[in-house]
Design a protein around this ligand. Structure first.
Ligand code: FMN
Length: 201
């Protein structure tokens, strides 16, 4: 295990995810950048996977519908947790922090980079709402394909990015006999220095 606790946690994170990406290519494994994102509303948590799309202004970014379940929960309570796990590295990273919307320009830039059919999907999906029949969704897809035929597809206002500004980042490395390492960086708020401590496994 190559890990330097003296280094900045974001630097260590980038090293980990880079290693995960390389290994995922070698082993032909998809979604090395997937993270489980947990939100909570009225003391009731919910989790789902999202794709991490890079560190943006010191925060872990991802993109989604703003008015889906997670979007609404985040608007009410922006305290979140996110977990990366790469079984092929036996390495887990846990992040706790607060989520904030990315700027319009940042969301636009990412939306532009998406495949056209994913852009159509962002318009056609009413994320997390009940879908009565698959045909309803397919009709909406056709509708937006026609609407935007031969045009650049703009980003829907209700779709965009968030970034999680971390207050705690834990690096977990599996060891034999479950005598794992846990290295924790913690700070009271984003203007404070990182505190370092280890935890029992
Ligand atoms: C590997 C993986 C990656 C995913 N990435 C995203 C993502 O980046 N954004 C997103 O909105 N949903 C993503 N999803 C779908 C979500 O897990 C979830 O079903 C969806 O966002 C609706 O969640 P919600 O109803 O809690 O808002 C992904 C699912 C998987 C399995």
């Amino acid at each position: 295990m190559e890990f330097d606790f003296e280094k900045d946690p974001l630097e260590n994170f980038l090293k980990s995810i880079h290693q995960a990406e390389i290994e995922s290519v070698v082993q032909n494994i998809s979604d090395f950048n997937a993270m489980a994102l947990s939100t909570a509303k009225d003391n009731k948590p919910s989790s789902r996977m999202v794709l991490f799309k890079g560190l943006v202004r010191g925060g872990f970014s991802f993109y989604t519908h703003y008015n889906g379940r997670k979007g609404c929960e985040l608007s009410e309570n922006n305290n979140v947790a996110a977990t990366f796990f790469w079984p092929y590295l036996d390495h887990q990273i846990n992040v706790k922090g607060q989520a904030f919307k990315l700027t319009v320009a940042e969301s636009d830039a990412y939306f532009e980079s998406r495949a056209r059919q994913s852009q159509i999907g962002a318009w056609a999906s009413q994320q997390s709402r009940e879908l009565k029949s698959r045909e309803d969704f397919e009709e909406k897809i056709k509708f937006f394909e026609n609407k935007f035929k031969d045009q650049t597809i703009p980003r829907p206002d209700n779709w965009g990015g968030w970034h999680i500004l971390p207050l705690e980042i834990e690096f977990w490395f599996a060891q034999v006999n479950r005598l794992h390492y846990r290295y924790v960086y913690h700070r009271e708020d984003v203007n404070h220095e990182w505190q370092r401590r280890m935890r029992y496994p």
